[in-house]
Write a protein that binds this ligand. Structure first.
Ligand SMILES: Cc1cc2nc3c(=O)[nH]c(=O)nc-3n(C[C@H](O)[C@H](O)[C@H](O)COP(=O)(O)O)c2cc1C
Length: 156
């Protein structure tokens, strides 16, 4: 598959997911779209509490990043840390508002231990009209760090 014209939409609080995003950029020259909340999250515990509240009240943090136009891309990588078993709430808001109809979506995520099924279900709900590339979902859980270049080389 040609990854000549692809975009990476991602968020990373503490840098682990960012490393994967940057490795994709280094290999494919993708355009990068970093999605950020209006107010940066603090440390781990403060973030757990804040996001817990967001989930209880169903009010995700406001977005700092504007919705971009992804018309010119066929392949979009979407990357995030797993929060409460799935995508961070504000990041879900961003994805939901983008027009990604008919696009091939290649997810990548990092987590402390949780597996990929929760985020996969969320992605399917958020993007019912996109082609989510389940087989090529890059997932680094715990301290594992699958090779990004080997993963990209195997995408076809
Ligand atoms: C608010 C919050 C919620 C989290 N929830 C989970 C979770 O449900 N399952 C899990 O395995 N890890 C969870 N983590 C850990 C992160 O997924 C993990 O540290 C990730 O690799 C961080 O990526 P980053 O460095 O790109 O931010 C959570 C971390 C935070 C800050």
């Amino acid at each position: 598959m040609s990854l000549d014209k692809c975009a990476v939409i991602y968020y990373s609080k503490s840098g682990r997911t960012k490393q994967v995003a940057e490795a994709i950029k280094a290999r494919t020259n993708a355009d990068m779209y970093l999605v950020e909340p209006e107010e940066a999250y603090g440390g781990y515990l403060a973030s757990i509490i804040k996001v817990g509240k967001e989930k209880l009240t169903r009010r995700p943090a406001k977005l700092k990043t504007q919705i971009a136009d992804f018309m010119g891309y066929d392949v979009i990588f979407i990357g995030f840390p797993v929060w409460y078993g799935t995508l961070p709430p504000f990041f879900q808001e961003y994805i939901k508002q983008c027009d990604l109809k008919g696009k091939r979506i290649i997810p990548f995520a990092t987590s402390g231990g949780t597996g990929k099924s929760g985020s996969l279900n969320t992605l399917k709900e958020l993007l019912p009209e996109s082609e989510i590339d389940i087989n090529n979902y890059y997932f680094a859980t715990g301290s594992s760090k699958p090779d990004v270049n080997a993963w990209l080389d195997n995408i076809n």
